[in-house]
Structure formats: structure tokens, C-alpha cells
Design a binder for this molecule. Structure first.
Ligand code: BEZ
Length: 275
């Protein structure tokens, strides 16, 4: 199973739970490089200034950490997966990385900004706890700039996986749904309750091609869908994957190119000054 082979996680997948799930970082970088490639405009939204202190929460292999540092900011990359942190350190020896849980990380002093790309949806155990931890790390007036999978993210894929499993006699309850894809209104409420003013917010569909996956959706499921395939009866994983592909092909691969149904929640939130 790709997600459990040796080297690292997927864009900070372990950050929220503290569980050391490990991922095949080589396969991840080869086939899912779009995660950071899509996010260069997120660094523009962050607008790091020289000398600013910035936390990259769920930093994965550190690509965006390095992009932020290249703009002159002092960056700390944080990830919940020890192997990922190890790889980030090897790739970017001049940068600082920390292995820590998204609910429980701490830095010396305060940061001017906390940045997060494609990682918060993996921190499903305690989203208010993650927000509280981000708030503790920030100075008053500091900004939280993030993008995450949103409501209905990859719904066509997960509906098909549930149906394929049901056809094998596996109920939905047997799957430990691995992600947190909140409704916009819900997440805004959490941010406000956590001491933030939301100054920018966008919910949008971002169809995401799998051009670097030789086996299309099968590679995506192999990388990310382990909680679904783990629920399949012994020996039935290939059937579940084949059926999922059959169920989704018309909508996600109408002309031979797999394009996944990603939706995004992107926001800037400012920590309210006390007093
Ligand atoms: C996402 O970035 O939205 C995502 C990535 C992997 C699995 C599920 C969602």
C-alpha cells in the first residue's frame, strides 16, 4: 500500500492526528506534484515579507516552505509525519523543520503568519484544536492563510468507492472516512470562535487532472484511498478499484484524461488583537 511505504506523507497528512502514517514520498512527488504546483498563488496570497516569521503547517516535503523562504521570510516547516520531516530536512538542509502535531505544535515567540496548503483536511480529529494552536502561535494581528479540501471534495470518487464496497457487502460504517471537508459556514464559525476575523474567503471547484498518474484514478486510490480499500473483503480490492473506475469514468474521464473533482476552501483570517 503506497501510503504505508517508507518515506514520507502526503502534504502533511499526519499533522493533525499525531499518528505516524507514512507515505511513499517518491511516488507522491512523481505523481502528485500538482499539490504544491497548484499552490504557487497561495504563496502570493500569503505575501511573505523579508524578515517575517512564518509557520508552514503540514509542510510535506517542504516545497512551499522553500518557496516562502525564497521571498526572504524566516520559515519553520511543521509536519506530523516523522519520515516526511526527515525528507524535508534532507531536501532543504538550510531550512528549519519540526515534527509536531497540528493541535499541539509550539514555536519560540510568535509568528507573523501561519500558512497551510492541502493539509488541514487531514487533521480531522480536532479542527477547533488545530485552530486554537494556530492562534497561540500567532502574534495579535498575525494572519492564517490556508487552502484545504472543502465541502463535497472528491465526492464523485468517494460515492463510487462506497457503492463499490456496498456491492461487496461492506457497509459505509466500515470505512473510517479519512478527511475533514467542512462546509464553508461551519469552518468560518470555527475560525471566529477561535479568535479570528475572516478577511478573505473563497469556495471553489478546482478540477484536478491526474496527468502524472500512469494508471489514472487507480493511482489516486492507491495513494489516498487506503481507508476505503482496507475495508474491502479479502482479495476483493482489485474488484473494488475496477468498479470505482467504471462508476466514475463517464464523469471524471470522459475523453481519456482523468480529472478529479476537487473543491477548495481558501481563506485569510487575522488573529483578533486582545483588549
Ligand atoms: C485534497 O487535496 O483535496 C485531497 C488530497 C488527497 C485526498 C483527498 C483530498
Amino acid at each position: 500500500m503506497s501510503r504505508q511505504s517508507a518515506e514520507g506523507n502526503a502534504a502533511g497528512a499526519g499533522t493533525g492526528s499525531g499518528a505516524d502514517t507514512t507515505w511513499d514520498a517518491g511516488l507522491y512527488d512523481r505523481s502528485f506534484g500538482f499539490v504544491s504546483a497548484f499552490a504557487t498563488d497561495m504563496v502570493d496570497l500569503l505575501a511573505p515579507e523579508p524578515g517575517e516569521r512564518i509557520v508552514d503547517l503540514g509542510c510535506g516535503t517542504g516545497k512551499l516552505t522553500a518557496a516562502i523562504a525564497a521571498r526572504g521570510a524566516e520559515v519553520i516547516g511543521i509536519d506530523g509525519d516523522a519520515a516526511m520531516v526527515q525528507r524535508a530536512r534532507a531536501l532543504h538542509p538550510h531550512l528549519t523543520f519540526q515534527h509536531a502535531d497540528g493541535r499541539d505544535f509550539a514555536i519560540e515567540g510568535h509568528a507573523d503568519a501561519v500558512f497551510s496548503n492541502a493539509a488541514l483536511h487531514w487533521m480531522k480529529e480536532d479542527p477547533p484544536g488545530v485552530i486554537a494552536c494556530v492562534a497561540r502561535a500567532l502574534r495579535p494581528g498575525g494572519r492564517f492563510v490556508a487552502e484545504m479540501g472543502a465541502y463535497r471534495n472528491v465526492r464523485i470518487i468517494t460515492d463510487a468507492l462506497y457503492q463499490a464496497l456496498a456491492e461487496e457487502g461492506v457497509p459505509a460504517e466500515a470505512v473510517d472516512f479519512p478527511w475533514y471537508f467542512p462546509r464553508t459556514s461551519h469552518y468560518v464559525g470555527l475560525l471566529e470562535d477561535g479568535g479570528f476575523d475572516v478577511t478573505q474567503l473563497r469556495y471553489f471547484a478546482r478540477p484536478t487532472p491526474l496527468d502524472d498518474c500512469p494508471n489514472g484514478l487507480a493511482d489516486w486510490i492507491d495513494m489516498f484511498g487506503g481507508n476505503f480499500t482496507d475495508a474491502a473483503p479479502p482479495g476483493r480490492v482489485p474488484t473494488v478499484i475496477e468498479r470505482t473506475i467504471e462508476l466514475t469514468r463517464d464523469r471524471l474521464c470522459p475523453d481519456g484524461r482523468w480529472v478529479t473533482d476537487y473543491t477548495r476552501l481558501r481563506f485569510v483570517a487575522v488573529k483578533v488583537s486582545e483588549g
